[in-house]
Design a binder for this molecule. Structure first.
Ligand SMILES: C[S@@+](CC[C@H](N)C(=O)[O-])C[C@H]1O[C@@H](n2cnc3c(N)ncnc32)[C@H](O)[C@@H]1O
Length: 224
């Protein structure tokens, strides 16, 4: 499946079938045991990703790429960044806008995460929003952003662990019936191959929390 087809599928899923589930998972409302492990793991991942940037972000323009309901964007703004938060799902953008403190310096945008019209950034964060794309599309997202990025692109992917690969093969990473997007486990080395020398990739760490298994990666584009 190519980039546009994957993105359309992601949009349909988050903007229609999964909006309510996602709204609840990313809130303080009680959730089941499995979802609680996912929520806890995602909280740890958000902190791990933020640790890849300076604690004081005053003066920095930062993109939250695929912001969902906006937790990362709010934290970036709290650290002083001027934030652009973009998501392909207008419904999630509405929820994020309603949830955010009214004085937070965040521009909420419904659209593609790498629309060049979003402008130049000092850093880009993409938490769990590139997990549905194949290696070439991940490399394409990174290299298309590079000319508009002064610093780091911090993102997550599902790692190719034996557990995730077994679930992937059994179709357990996604309920096929509702055409929800397929999470694709990756080896970091395969993304490096797809990048073909266009920038560097380093692993920043992994979070393993029940059903949430994710790795944080840092891309830095080749300087022009
Ligand atoms: C699993 S959610 C994560 C949301 C948020 N980053 C978080 O961690 O709570 C994935 C999000 O990525 C968004 N997304 C995926 N591909 C996108 C694209 N190409 N452009 C904009 N948003 C995208 C989806 O709409 C969805 O809200």
């Amino acid at each position: 499946m190519d980039y546009t087809a994957t993105r359309d599928r992601v949009e349909t899923y988050f903007d229609r079938s999964a909006t309510k589930v996602w709204e609840r998972l990313t809130s303080d409302a009680p959730v089941s045991g499995i979802r609680a492990t996912v929520r806890a793991g995602r909280d740890r991942m958000r902190a791990l990703m933020l640790n890849q940037l300076p604690a004081d972000l005053r003066g920095a323009r930062v993109l939250d790429a695929g912001c969902g309901t906006g937790a990362m964007a709010v934290e970036l703004a709290r650290r002083g960044a001027r934030v652009v938060a973009v998501d392909i799902s207008p419904q999630l953008i509405d929820i994020a806008r309603r949830r955010a403190p009214p004085d937070a310096a965040i521009d909420w945008v419904a659209g593609d995460m790498l629309d060049p019209a979003l402008g130049q950034f000092d850093a880009i964060l993409a938490m769990d929003s590139m997990i549905y794309y194949n290696a070439d599309d991940v490399a394409g997202l990174l290299t298309r952003a590079a000319p508009r990025l002064a610093g780091r692109f911090v993102f997550t992917l599902a790692p190719r662990t034996p557990v995730l690969m077994a679930m992937f093969r059994m179709g357990k990473l996604f309920p096929r019936a509702d055409r929800s997007p397929v999470m694709i486990p990756h080896r970091a080395a395969d993304i490096v191959t797809a990048l073909d020398g266009r920038g560097t990739l380093t692993e920043a760490g992994r979070i393993n929390s029940g059903f949430y298994i994710s790795q944080a990666l840092v891309f830095e584009g080749a300087r022009q």
